[in-house]
Design a protein around this ligand. Sequence first.
Ligand SMILES: NC(=O)c1ccc[n+]([C@@H]2O[C@H](COP(=O)([O-])OP(=O)(O)OC[C@H]3O[C@@H](n4cnc5c(N)ncnc54)[C@H](OP(=O)(O)O)[C@@H]3O)[C@@H](O)[C@H]2O)c1
Length: 350
Amino acid sequence: MPDLSPSYDDSAAGCGEPVDPTLVPKRKLYTGALMPAIGLGTFGSDHAPPEEVAAAVKGAILAGYRHLDCASVYGNEDRIGAALEEVFHRGIRREELWVTSKLWNDKHGEDEVIASCKKSLADLRLDYLDMYLVHWPFPNFHPPGCSVDSRSPGARPYIHENFMKTWRRMERLVELGLVRHIGTSNMTIPKLNLLLRDASIKPAVNEMELHPHFQQPELFDFVRGNGIEPIGYCPVGSPGRPQRDRTPYDTVDIADPVIVEIARRLGVHPAAVCVKWAVQRGQTPIPFSTKPRNYVANLRCAVTEPLAEPDMRAIARIDRNCRLIKGQVFLWKDNQSWEDLWDIDGEIRT
Ligand SMILES: NC(=O)c1ccc[n+]([C@@H]2O[C@H](COP(=O)([O-])OP(=O)(O)OC[C@H]3O[C@@H](n4cnc5c(N)ncnc54)[C@H](OP(=O)(O)O)[C@@H]3O)[C@@H](O)[C@H]2O)c1
């Protein structure tokens, strides 16, 4: 551990001792690389400005986090880069960190993939990324913060041939040494089957929505069965997401009686039960918080006593198949439903 005295962080002080990162479980990727089994989400959306997210990144690393989930579209990589520079000055070494970034949807084209990756690297002040993801399989642009009814004029469905062109550009990033691994996000089994058939470099992870009310057991088993690690986003059920991303049918994980009862018994917040369940089930959760008390509590979930087997079984039974991030803005035709994006009947919609 680096010397972090006198207090390990100005903002996280008072939240207890930092967590020893060597105690945090690791996921072994098919390349043999070890990825910390919990990371910090960095999507501030409408509620956390870049400075606040960057302060959380600094505080979280000094509190023991070693895995960050970033993306160019989150609009804060330059501030996070400044925070990284500060923690490096305080004795953290680059190779101790696992930093992911993502290619945004309007940058899938020729020349744009390398340029976007280099922009993220420059903003983050790094010379390589541990992981670079294709953020969505659809190249459809929409401005940050737009309404769910917004559609990009040139919107297209998933076209595998085009996706493979983007994937070849991603593979090139590995060859150039700009990124150590590449992966996918928001993919489905039919799309991954095609990618696995045609890729020269297989995705090392698939980032997907995973929380107790949306467990995606089939996709979860599929990716693991193919040597791909599942990264779970919205692990707490994204209680802070903007109103425009909510529907009357959405359920609330942290209000589920099973989660609430386990939390009460353990004396923790229901969010912590969701995070603990995720790590123990085998996905890598990336909970977001800018509050030191909460992000430290989430990390501690990974190193404290596991949930009892009956609790794990009880949580397995509360799956509601409730997808929160439906992706409506990616639809490409009128009169479509967001379900068309997710290949629910095993067919890729065109
Ligand atoms: N690949 C993709 O397409 C994709 C999509 C969505 C998200 N993501 C990634 O996943 C990350 C997480 O998703 P998310 O932010 O939507 O949802 P989330 O992590 O499920 O929920 C975050 C919310 O939960 C609260 N929270 C977290 N830990 C808590 C605790 N211990 N106690 C009480 N409240 C707690 C936070 O409130 P406070 O701030 O008040 O603590 C925050 O409002 C994002 O930041 C992003 O990095 C990726």
